[in-house]
Design a protein around this ligand. Sequence first.
Ligand code: GDP
Ligand code: MG
Length: 780
Amino acid sequence: MKLSELKPGQSGIIIKVRGRGAFRRRIIEMGFVKGKKAEMLTKAPLKDPTVYKIMDYEVSLRKSEAELIEIVTGEEIQPSNEPEKRLLVLNEEKLLSLANEKSKVINVALVGNPNSGKTSLFNIASGTHERVGNYSGVTVDAKEGKFKYKGYTFNLIDLPGTYSLSAYSPEELYVRKQIFEGTPDIIINVVSASNLERNLYLTTQLIDMDVISVIALNMYDEMEKSGAKLNYQSLAEMIGYPIVPTVAKSGKGIPELFDQVIEVYERRSPVARHVHINYGEEIETGIQHVKKLLKDETQLGIETSRRYLSILLLEGDKLGEQMVSGLQGAKQILKERDIHAQYIRDDFREDVETAFTDARYGFIDGALQQTFKAGRTDSQKITHRIDKFVTNKILGFPLFFLFMFVMFEGTFFLGEYPMQWIEQLVAAFGSFIDGLMSEGPLKSLLIDGIIGGVGSVIVFLPNIVILYLFISFMEDTGYMARAAFIMDKFMQKMGLHGKSFIPLVMGFGCNVPAIMGARIIESRNTRLITILVNSLMSCSARLPVYLLLVGAFFPRYGGLALFGLYITGIILAIIMSRIFKKFLVKGEDLPFVMELPPYRMPTLKAMNRHGWDKTSQYLRKMGGVILAASIIVWFLEYFPQDAGKENSYIGKIGHFIEPVVKPLGFDWKIGTSLVSGMAAKEIIVSTLGVIYTGDGDNDMLLKEQLHAEQTPDGNPVFTPLVAISFLLFVLIYFPCIATIVAIKNELGSWKWALFVVVYTTALAWLVSFTVYQVGTMLGL
Ligand code: GDP
Ligand code: MG
């Protein structure tokens, strides 16, 4: 019986704990393990939760939780109508041995495609003779068999064959119902090795369901005959289901299969774990949003995976909808679902189900690409043909670097024209205000503070939009996944994983979503390092600084200089990763699948939305933090009034930190901009804008003013060497506040955020110091 059926004062011995993931772990940590005695103490006034006593602790469980724990009680030995006698006979030893016996019953369900060999396997294991063969009757029923092996009793159930577990055909509905309501302890997923791709589709759905499974890699004889090779151990580790090759026709591999079932049942298998199939950014965002609403629904049993239910809802699954229809927040949940389903439809120009199907095949393709070598019959799918080219050992890298180079050149040169228009607009606006107002603090605030500060940053908007479009394009076409794939070996050398590559490239856009994007990495260690080095990926907020200085001092090598800066960031990230891997984290990483979604032309609608999202985000930043910083910097520079720049507040701050930055070639003005740039890196430019537009000719462009700026003894402040030292410092030092908060949120502690602040700033200082000092010695 179930723990939830106990009456007050009654006790029983635990024989099984069902359920999944976090719930299971928690319940087991509480002491609800096989062979332990649990006693019911009291029920809360509203009947739920109930307090149980286990190993001398008192623990309260909800009914839905207690239902997942199976027990055996004294009454099952001795009928309860003779209570006195029962008390006498009820000795623990007898109960324990009964519990032990009962816990050695394993309920196994066979699930797989038609003709994968389920019935053959069922027959050979249970010794029965069900009809085997190539028929596809609509006999929606299940055959049950029983047998003993190694002291365990197996209740085997042979389910109808299905290609998928969507709720379309009666077979599919039936199998799904069996999996959920028949509560098998373990599912044997029979997979035909002669058609892996097709067969593994069902497996991806089992993974989503978060059920416990062992894969029988059946028809292994045919695979060997065809010359195909599968590294099934490595595949098993990636997907978290043990795989045993079998030949159900002859019985080969069947004992090993059930050995694995026992291992998994007893929680001894090192391979068994729950993995998440990564559906790509757009779909995952939808899943997260729906899941968030489901999380709050206490009515929903603990045994339902919120992620799975979210997937069902997005796919438009009728049963999924039924499951939520009675919930309190049903309306809101379905509304959220509709919004995100529409996003997915817009992005993929396909219905949502197809988008999911494609992503599942992407998961399978990725897993097989790493583990499978086809025999004589190779697939001719277009995706595969392109992949041959793009993920080619020799061609892959140059292709990738070419793409990267085009991206940076494009960002620099395509942005040039709209940038000039905005520059002219800003200048015209400044002159307009200049003519309109009489001299005074307010005018200075408007022209030197706001227009000088915000205006100097806003001109880079086109470049940033272009960079984002390139990154979105890489993601949306599916190329990013391939890039991750070819980079895998290299990333592993860095101590990372191919999957780390995506958050790193995303970091070129903005470190904040990139750090959140690191969630696709299942391994905690790899994820940690990916996050720690992410801010070395030069985000677009640093771009205005680069463009300003590169434009001023290296205009002829613009694209190349940009490329060089980004590469420097990457190289530093490599070095730091290796160091972190060596000194910071312990333990080996689990392998996992890198999804290879099919190639797709991104829709204009999606590109437009992504582009607009970023643009509006950028504009909000202009109106918010950058505007505020510009005003503050202006204030610090303007007051105390008439003191002159050197003696203004900002001058004092600048002079205070000058000793620290002087060895890097910076004067106090540059030092000040670096301090204010901690809030957001664009503020470096707006600060320079405010400081420099304060003196002299207002029509002079900021980059011209940088050239004109002189030290007291008449030398230019900015030499090309100072510019390089400055660029490197900006690249490396202090990630912005938003990034620091993101690191704290993702890693769950301020400790890591602080660590990043300290190491990046120290590293920046060291690099700039070395470059400047060596450069000076060489007479540059
Ligand atoms: P089910 O539809 O999944 O129940 O599959 P069946 O058990 O009915 O098997 C389908 C066909 O595959 C039958 O002709 C079996 O003899 C054959 N078969 C099953 N297992 C194997 C195997 O491991 N190797 C080979 N070569 N054939 C198999
Ligand atoms: Mg069958």
